[in-house]
Design a protein around this ligand. Structure first.
Ligand code: NAD
Ligand code: TYD
Length: 351
């Protein structure tokens, strides 16, 4: 069956991989990438597919109701996959209001427009909300987040994502909007903006700059290759049950310091530097306020019910990711000029 899918945030890190997968795998679908092109949005992420006949880009802010409504009408959108968001915890600590506007008000705006557009018959439509495991708060040394773990967000970012998840669910109950939500663990891979741990440290190792490890480096994250997240979105979009939540993760926990040491040794090898060179760049800096100790996802439900599992081991994925950054120095240069330098100063100069 043919569909016209609005993918919001399609010029960002995860969104660009989702857009590519849907455009190439489903030539019978029309894919409308709606993105405001904030600092994190970059059409260079999609140059390989921009000429495809089933792909359209619309530059628009999800807060701009008349423009978003006009896009729904122009293409008669049948479905939404919603990824547009402010996505970085450290920026949410510096400037929480941006997160409230885009992540909460922007999501509610989209929900309103989708509900109005589909009101004659909700059947066959789907509002797919892409969320994060950070809504569950933090774990101690034991346990995993399941779909029934109570929400307990600790950062302005995770609080804004939690609020948006609640609104999606409320629109399902109140207005019968057909929805599905996934809560995914930390992603890594090509096209990741170098403000997050893995791409920031790859860029700093390339440039022989300090690697600012927050606190003692004991915080733990569960890492998933971005292409496996896009594959999960494909599976849940097509086969997930209405009104359900699915957790997505790789059963792949790493303490930050262990991960950073592995990156250092892989990069020494790839850059032809003597072993131990990059580790000397590790610098312990002031901890992030409200820093969640540990995230870890129980991805049993999506595996058992929908048959999804990661396709790439962490060692393979990390090696591919580093190779991508080493081969795409122009991309890195473009995204680290201008405003990035200002952000870096603000975030790291007083730590
Ligand atoms: P990103 O910051 O790389 O990209 C966000 C995209 O949204 C950018 O292209 C940006 O231009 C666009 N955008 C931002 N504000 C907008 C607005 N007001 N209107 C229209 N477009 C706007 O983010 P990402 O890491 O690709 O994350 C995508 C989604 O996945 C987010 O909803 C995030 O919460 C969720 N998520 C991310 C991770 C992760 O590890 N990165 C993990 C789980 C869930
Ligand atoms: P990040 O990539 O920002 O993802 P999130 O906070 O959403 O999990 O950070 C991953 C981990 O790395 C987190 O524990 C914070 C830590 N971190 C550092 O130690 N130094 C840094 O410069 C950054 C950006 C993150």
């Amino acid at each position: 069956m043919s569909k016209t899918i609005i993918i919001t945030g399609g010029a960002g890190f995860i969104g660009s991989h989702v857009v590519r997968l849907f455009v190439t795998k489903y030539p019978e679908y029309k894919i409308i990438n709606v993105d405001a092109l904030t600092y994190a949005g970059n059409l260079e992420n999609l140059v390989d597919i921009e000429g495809q006949p089933n792909y359209i880009f619309e530059k628009a802010n999800i807060l701009d109701a008349p423009t978003i409504k006009a896009i729904f009408e122009k293409y008669n959108a049948s479905d939404v996959i919603h990824l547009a968001a402010e996505s970085h915890v450290d920026r949410s600590i510096l400037s929480p209001m941006d997160f409230i506007y885009t992540n909460i008000a922007g999501t509610v705006n989209l929900l309103n427009i989708a509900k109005e557009h589909w009101k004659k018959d909700m059947e066959g439509h789907r509002f797919y909300h892409v969320s994060t495991d950070e809504v569950y708060g933090t774990l101690g040394a034991e346990g995993l987040f399941t779909e029934t773990t109570p929400y307990s967000p600790n950062s302005p970012y995770s609080a804004s994502k939690a609020a948006s998840d609640h609104f999606v669910r409320a629109y399902g109950e109140t207005y019968h909007l057909p929805f599905v939500i996934t809560n995914c663990s930390n992603n890594y891979g090509p096209n990741h903006f170098p403000e997050k741990l893995i791409p920031l440290f790859i860029n700093n190792i390339i440039n022989n700059k300090p690697l600012p490890v927050y606190g003692k480096g004991e915080n733990t994250r569960d890492w998933l290759f971005v292409i496996d997240h896009a594959r999960a979105i494909d599976v849940v979009f097509h086969h997930g049950k209405d009104k359900e939540t699915y957790n997505v993760g790789g059963f792949n926990e790493w303490k930050n310091l262990d991960l950073v040491k592995m990156m250092c040794s892989l990069m020494d090898e790839k850059l032809g530097r003597p072993p131990g060179t990059s580790e000397q760049l590790i610098t312990y800096v002031k901890d992030r306020p409200g820093h969640d100790l540990r995230y870890a996802i129980d991805a049993t439900k999506i595996n058992k019910e929908l048959g999804w599992e990661p396709s790439v081991t962490f060692e393979e994925g990390l090696s591919k990711t580093i190779d991508w950054y080493l081969q795409n120095t122009e991309w890195l240069q473009h995204v680290t000029s201008g405003d990035y330098q200002k952000y870096y100063q603000t975030q790291y100069s007083n730590r």
